[in-house]
Design a protein around this ligand. Structure first.
Ligand SMILES: Nc1nc2c(c(=O)[nH]1)N[C@H]1C(S)=C(S)[C@@H](COP(=O)(O)OP(=O)(O)OC[C@H]3O[C@@H](n4cnc5c(=O)[nH]c(N)nc54)[C@H](O)[C@@H]3O)O[C@H]1N2
Ligand SMILES: Nc1nc2c(c(=O)[nH]1)N[C@H]1C(S)=C(S)[C@@H](COP(=O)(O)OP(=O)(O)OC[C@H]3O[C@@H](n4cnc5c(=O)[nH]c(N)nc54)[C@H](O)[C@@H]3O)O[C@H]1N2
Ligand code: SF4
Ligand SMILES: [Mo]
Length: 687
């Protein structure tokens, strides 16, 4: 018998695609995008087209394991679930008794964005609250930008990406749409068919920039200055929307004074863009309504990244673009979802400390006795890899990793618990690039002894004799709780139809009833920002690379890879092959100055460490900029490290965001005799 089961892609991608699994005799035999979904419209992506293959990969972890070699060696022995849970229960009980619950760091990542199993919500958090564990601030991805936009609009939520079809000018600003969430592209194409002009603003000529009408190769970390420069031209043109400024914004006089400090000539110097191009785009912006700006996470992985998003968010306040469908700024839609997440912080006996995801190397000190990693691969994804590795070697640190695959992080675990994948568990999702609540119905039985996150915590609670009833809520009960705040979207309907649009107008025009800020207006000046120690007026804050003029150092950008999703799929042989291995793109002028040839293995280094990659000499990057995609597993890379070994563990200006695109490096030929990592050395789980 053949069944079609509706589900959703769980990965940390704005599109949260609707998918359809074909199940025959209990086996998943096909996976494809759901043609009925208004945003997905049938296509998945180059990565997730291989998801089923990935669920059956030879290196999938299928059983609980305990470490039998030194930490980091990846040598494990299969154990029973009962032994795993007993060992963990004993260790956690002992740690809580001796050091208190705060000695536990529940380090949850973005492996799945589900509200039941993953980043979005509930899995584990009630359990950790009962134990009094430290809280975990999951700020690795988008926090600085979220805050930057929120100071202005009161929420990070903005345009519905579908409304870009109605824009007449589209700025794709620090976002690589065709790689990092390509479903929005159809709406960009619709706009183009209606005569829209599309501009990509990116230090790299990405595949998105190739498809745009115009590409502005901006100097990294200077976007705030460009935003002010464009508005300077809007003022010169007398095109500011005075009625909107007067009735819907706060602090115009102060912001206007800030804008006047940035004439195009000065902005040209700061950004490295020709003054004529800045002026021309400013004139377009002045006279094209609606202008839609898509600015996503790339911009804010910088020291001044929060401020840059804040300045960009001010643009529609001046142009009045929020009046029009297709006008405004789109960063993320997640804030539009009224899902009711209750991690039950009331279960905490006393307030506990918060440990910060972007600060693993600093935070993993002697005070942490248990590191519990789930849906995360910190050894591939967090900053300052060498220091993280060192911290994870500590003998008295008890490390548990719940995983699907034998990542670098798994190699440091004391106990490994086998995790289910999306076709095997139940979940509920939002999108951060669309407006649909998504349901994922399990399609098949889990292989081996894989267990979902929620069920793992229920089993563990039972082993520890915990009596708090909400620890035992079933996945369906959790789903009901989440949906209790979404009018019109019942669980029954969602399970049947697979997705449901939020109860908002179509086209959706946000802020028609005002802004959820303290003043109810769009805030060019923000008392909240001031209280947080930030400039009162939105403006330009240069990034490290922008304020440190250096003839010898290059700014390294480490953007989304086309073939991986963070570090997921990087062990898939075909996607690894298509990635062409770890690469670093460098401008011909910079390559020549360093004696590098195309395809050569090179070292990229600074004081933090180094990684090896194949040089790709190309004018797609500006002089002074190098680009190495994120996501390669260190142990599958030449030299055993990836770009995060040179990334500083340093805060962005807001929310302690990471600075993945704001590091200074140099590049030199790799020493003779170095060779690519040998995948046969890779530890494989016992099966
Ligand atoms: N294929 C694929 N898709 C993904 C991911 C993936 O790993 N692979 N990751 C997912 C995740 S977790 C996220 S958060 C999103 C992120 O997706 P994006 O928001 O697109 O983020 P990045 O890829 O980090 O950066 C986007 C672009 O910003 C540019 N950029 C860097 N610094 C600057 C700057 O200072 N100014 C300007 N104007 N541009 C700059 C980079 O060159 C890059 O082309 O994508 C998701 N989608
Ligand atoms: N250099 C550089 N580094 C970056 C970035 C960058 O731009 N440049 N981007 C950053 C960004 S935006 C992000 S979001 C972070 C992501 O960093 P992390 O949150 O650490 O995510 P991943 O590296 O994708 O690792 C997720 C792991 O979870 C596992 N997993 C997936 N689903 C499940 C599940 O249901 N249960 C369990 N137990 N495990 C699961 C996967 O197998 C995978 O190994 O990386 C950051 N790192
Ligand atoms: S990674 Fe993004 S584009 Fe690919 S299937 Fe998942 S949600 Fe869709
Ligand atoms: Mo992310």
């Amino acid at each position: 018998m053949e069944l079609r089961v509706l589900g959703a892609c769980p990965l940390d991608c704005p599109d949260t695609c609707s998918w359809e699994v074909t199940v025959r005799d209990g086996q998943a035999v096909g996976l494809r995008g759901n043609r009925d979904h208004p945003f997905t419209r049938g296509a998945l992506c180059v990565k997730v087209n291989r998801y089923l293959e990935h669920t059956r990969a030879a290196d999938r972890i299928l059983h609980p394991m305990k470490r039998v070699g030194p930490k980091g060696s990846g040598r494990f022995e299969r154990i029973s679930w009962d032994e795993a849970l007993r060992t963990i229960a004993d260790r956690l009980t002992g740690i809580v008794a001796e050091h208190g619950g705060e000695a536990i760091w529940p380090y949850q990542g973005t492996g799945t964005l589900g509200f039941i199993q993953g980043e979005g919500g509930l899995a584990g958090r009630r359990f950790w609250n009962v134990l009094g564990a430290s809280q975990h601030d999951l700020n690795i991805c988008s926090r600085a930008g979220n805050l930057g936009v929120t100071y202005v609009n009161g929420t990070p939520g903005g345009m519905d990406p579908e409304t870009f079809a109605l824009s007449k000018l589209i700025l794709l600003w620090g976002t690589n749409t065709l790689t990092s969430g390509h479903h929005m592209w159809k709406f960009v194409q619709d706009a183009k068919a209606n005569g829209a002009h599309v501009v990509a603003i990116d230090p790299i000529r990405t595949r998105t920039a190739d498809q745009a009408d115009e590409h502005l190769p901006i100097r990294p970390g200077t976007d705030g200055a460009l935003a002010l420069g464009l508005l300077n031209v809007v003022l010169e043109e007398g095109a500011e929307d005075r009625e909107y400024l007067e009735n819907h914004t706060l602090g115009w006089d102060e912001f206007k004074a800030e804008i006047q400090k940035y004439p195009p000539s000065r902005v040209a110097e700061i950004t490295g863009l020709p003054e004529a191009d800045i002026r021309a785009l400013g004139v377009r912006l002045a006279h094209t309504r609606p202008t839609g700006i898509r600015a996503t996470m790339g911009i804010q992985r910088h020291e001044g990244g929060g401020a840059a998003m804040r300045a960009i968010a001010c643009i529609p306040g001046v142009t009045g673009d929020w009046r029009h469908p297709g006008g405004g700024v789109s960063y993320s839609t997640s804030a539009h979802f009224p899902l009711r997440v209750d991690p039950r912080d009331d279960l905490l006996e006393k307030p506990v400390r918060t440990l910060t995801m972007t600060r693993l190397a600093d935070g993993l000190d002697e005070s942490v006795k248990c590191l519990w990693v789930y849906a995360a691969n910190p050894l591939g994804s967090t900053s300052d890899q060498n220091r993280v590795r060192e911290a994870m070697l500590r003998e008295d640190l008890f490390t548990v990793v719940m995983e699907q695959f034998p990542t670098d992080t798994v190699d440091y675990a004391d106990i490994v618990l086998p995790a289910t994948m999306q076709t095997e568990h139940m979940d509920l999702h939002a999108g951060y690039g669309h407006m649909y609540v998504m349901w994922n119905e399990p399609a098949v039985e889990a292989p081996g002894e894989c267990v979902s996150t929620t069920e793992t915590f229920r089993r563990l609670a039972r082993h520890m004799g915990l009596t708090e009833p909400s620890l035992y809520d079933s996945d369906l009960e959790l789903a009901e709780q989440l949906l209790s705040g979404t009018p019109g979207i019942t669980l029954e309907r969602l399970r049947k139809e697979g997705w449901a649009r939020l109860a908002v107008d179509d086209p959706f025009v946000p802020f028609t009833d005002g802004f959820p800020t303290p003043s109810g207006r769009l805030e060019f000046v923000s008392e909240r920002a001031e209280a947080d120690g930030l400039p009162r007026v939105a403006g330009y804050v240069p990034s490290l690379s922008a304020r440190t003029a250096s003839a010898t150092k290059l700014t390294l950008i480490t953007p989304a890879s086309h073939t991986f999703l963070n570090t997921i799929f990087s062990n898939n042989p075909e996607l690894l092959r298509r990635s062409k291995g770890p690469r670093v793109m460098i401008n011909p002028a910079d390559a020549e100055a360093r004696g590098l040839t195309d395809g050569q293995l090179v070292r990229v280094f600074n004081d933090n460490g180094e990684f090896s990659a194949y040089a790709e000499i190309s004018d797609r990057v500006k002089p002074g900029v190098a680009a190495a995609p994120k996501g390669h597993w260190p142990k599958l890379s030449p030299g055993g490290s990836n770009p995060n070994s040179v990334v500083d563990e340093r805060d962005a200006d807001m929310g302690r965001g990471a600075v993945y695109h704001d590091n200074l490096v140099d590049i030199a030929p790799a020493p003779k005799g170095s060779r690519p990592g040998d995948p046969s050395q890779r530890p494989v789980s016992e099966r």
